[in-house]
Design a protein around this ligand. Structure first.
Ligand SMILES: NC(=O)C1=CN([C@@H]2O[C@H](COP(=O)(O)OP(=O)(O)OC[C@H]3O[C@@H](n4cnc5c(N)ncnc54)[C@H](O)[C@@H]3O)[C@@H](O)[C@H]2O)C=CC1
Ligand SMILES: O=C([O-])CC(=O)C(=O)O
Length: 339
């Protein structure tokens, strides 16, 4: 989809770019993994990306050599898995996408990944805070509800936290919500835009179907909501021990990156749901929340409220907020106890 961008939209980019930077370095940390590889491929196909910097503790240079043969203009470089490598990878990055971390196996929750992934994300966040403190940081590594607060705490501890530049990538939930409703209603999924709010695990994933003008009742509604909330489990089960969603996640990560680049390059009205430092439920002690976010040259431009929900959706939201609070404080506590 990115390679097929029309000439006029590429020209459009030039028209938007008079005040915006034309060089867009995007770094992927965890680039040799199940998500990292197809994500790197999609970013290589995106003409808005001028430099693609690929880092992994294993195999970054190999993926970079492979992807670099694709005949698009961007420069691609893979970095050695050491302090000098990550420093060079991150220096000058406008966007850093982080899918580094272990995926689930059947029977695990995302929270079961916390013990392994919390320290991976903490250490990569430290490197970002040191080498590219003004970059937009896109967290894919699970559990997102905790790894986003972990990243924020690291940036705060180094005095460089900008809440407008930190995003938990929840795009896959939105992609799934659109696809699954289109299967039920026989519509074009590309034309469906189902709002999904909350967080990124189980009951914290709240599809707000009512705002898209769809009405499902009873068991059909419950099955739809359950499928959106546990879509990740569907893939984990089907992969049977070989990991979780990678290809659909790569597409979702590439879409979010493209949206940020569009906004950075001056396009107005770019909206993506994302898990961000949000004022919406701070009065209830929930510091981070996913809702529609308007993107701009400085990252978050405007956080949209959830809007009108049905009584049923409000019930889902109540459960979500309770779970989210626990997930967030777990991340914050981890950094305080393991700086
Ligand atoms: N936000 C979302 O919607 C989704 C999140 N995920 C999460 O994304 C993460 C990655 O999933 P996969 O790519 O399938 O896993 P994977 O195991 O295939 O790849 C992870 C990669 O990270 C690398 N890595 C590990 N520690 C690192 C470090 N300190 N620095 C740099 N690289 C490091 C590994 O070498 C590996 O290449 C998992 O935590 C998974 O749960 C997966 C799907 C959707
Ligand atoms: O389910 C998982 O562990 C991976 C993930 O976050 C998703 O597919 O939404």
């Amino acid at each position: 989809m990115f390679a097929a961008r029309s000439a006029s939209s590429i020209l459009g980019r030039r028209a938007f770019s008079t005040t915006a930077r034309l060089d867009s370095k995007v770094a992927v940390l965890g680039a040799a993994g199940g998500i990292g590889q197809p994500l790197s491929l999609l970013l290589k196909l995106n003409p808005r990306v001028t430099d693609l910097a690929l880092y992994d503790i294993k195999g970054g240079p190999g993926v970079a050599a492979d992807v670099s043969h694709i005949n698009t203009k961007s420069k691609v470089k893979g970095y050695a898995p050491d302090a000098a490598g990550i420093k060079e990878c991150l220096t000058g990055a406008e966007i850093v996408v982080i899918p580094a971390g272990v995926p689930r196996k059947p029977g695990m929750t995302r929270d079961d990944l916390f013990n392994t992934n919390a320290s991976i994300v903490r250490d990569l966040a430290k490197a970002c805070a040191d080498h590219c403190p003004k970059a937009n940081i896109l967290i894919i590594a699970n559990p997102v509800n905790s790894t986003v607060p972990i990243t924020a705490e690291v940036f705060k501890s180094k005095g460089v936290y900008d809440p407008k530049r930190l995003f938990g990538v929840t795009t896959l939930d939105v992609v799934r919500a659109s696809r699954f409703i289109s299967e039920l209603k026989n519509t074009d999924p590309a034309q469906e835009a189902i709002l999904v709010v909350g967080g990124h695990s189980g009951a914290t994933i709240v599809p707000v179907l009512s705002q898209a003008g769809h009405n499902l009742e009873g068991s059909e509604r419950d099955a739809y909501v359950n499928r959106v909330q546990f879509g990740g489990d569907e893939v984990v089960k089907a992969k049977d021990g070989a990991g979780s969603a990678t290809l659909s996640m790569a597409m979702a990560g590439a879409r979010f990156t493209e949206s940020l680049l569009k906004a950075a390059q001056g396009e107005k009205g770019v909206i993506e749901p994302s898990f961000v430092d949000s004022p919406l439920y701070k009065d209830q002690g929930v510091e981070y929340f996913a809702s529609n976010v308007e993107l701009g040259p400085n990252g978050v431009e405007k956080i949209h409220p959830v809007g009108k929900v049905t009584e049923y959706e409000q019930g889902l939201l109540d459960v979500c907020l309770k779970d989210l609070k626990g997930n967030i404080s777990k991340g914050v506590k981890f950094v305080k106890e393991n700086p």
